[in-house]
Design a protein around this ligand. Structure first.
Ligand code: SF4
Length: 212
């Protein structure tokens, strides 16, 4: 895709959804961080089901430390990998209390030093909580970037760096939301719904799905 086509691509996704938001439910930066950590290899819907009750009582890292690992497990046992996630959430909450005054750091590299926080999680948090222009490449964005030709790459990091270079203003801040939603609801993994895709003429995917 050339520059004009990339602009057109995001312009169309933006027209369809001018103010995209994460589908995870949260009330503050800390809860967002916890929700994103819990969402690894789980659906946002599943995470929301578990966090609705949890976040009523737990709004700060200190609350989480007081709840403890066993208490947290009771809330999140419906989420995959809940044992490891509970351990990580308690450990990162202890670090936030001890080293960061209970605040979520705004620096991506600092965030990735926390237990259970990888580059993708940190990119989501700095983008969604702090409005930074970061590109968190999950399975949906990886697929859309490669299929369309927008940001081809063999690894999530390669796709992220391509997006970093290619996505123009004014779309940089919300690009990752648009790409996730596009991948989740239209450019689906097993059967992309090309017949109703708003960017089909810009996409280089060869075996487009015909209308049913
Ligand atoms: S045309 Fe098909 S493959 Fe291309 S972006 Fe749209 S849904 Fe995905």
């Amino acid at each position: 895709m050339n520059k004009a086509q990339i602009f057109d691509f995001f312009n169309r996704l933006a027209e369809a959804n001018p103010a995209p938001r994460t589908e995870l439910e949260y009330g503050n930066d800390y809860q967002l961080l916890v929700a994103v950590v819990l969402s690894a290899q789980a659906t946002d819907i599943g995470v929301n089901k578990a966090t609705r009750a949890l976040f009523r009582d737990v709004t700060t890292p200190q609350n989480m430390v007081e709840l403890g690992e066993d208490g947290l497990k009771q809330h999140i046992r419906t989420i995959g990998l809940f044992n490891a996630k509970a351990r990580n959430v308690i450990a990162l909450s202890e670090i936030l209390v001890r080293d960061f005054g209970g605040q979520v750091p705004q620096d991506r590299d600092v965030l990735t030093t926390l237990p259970g926080v990888g580059r993708k999680t940190a990119n989501v948090v700095v983008n969604t909580a702090f409005g930074q222009e970061s590109f968190a490449v999950d399975t949906h964005i990886f697929r859309v970037g490669n299929r369309t030709g927008l940001a081809p790459g063999k690894t999530p990091l390669a796709v992220e760096l391509k997006l970093e270079k290619r996505v123009p203003q004014p779309f940089r801040r919300d690009a990752h939301h648009w790409l996730i939603l596009h991948g989740r609801y239209i450019c689906k993994a097993r059967r992309p719904e090309c017949w109703r895709c708003p960017v089909a003429d810009l996409c280089r995917y060869k075996t487009k799905t015909p209308a049913p």
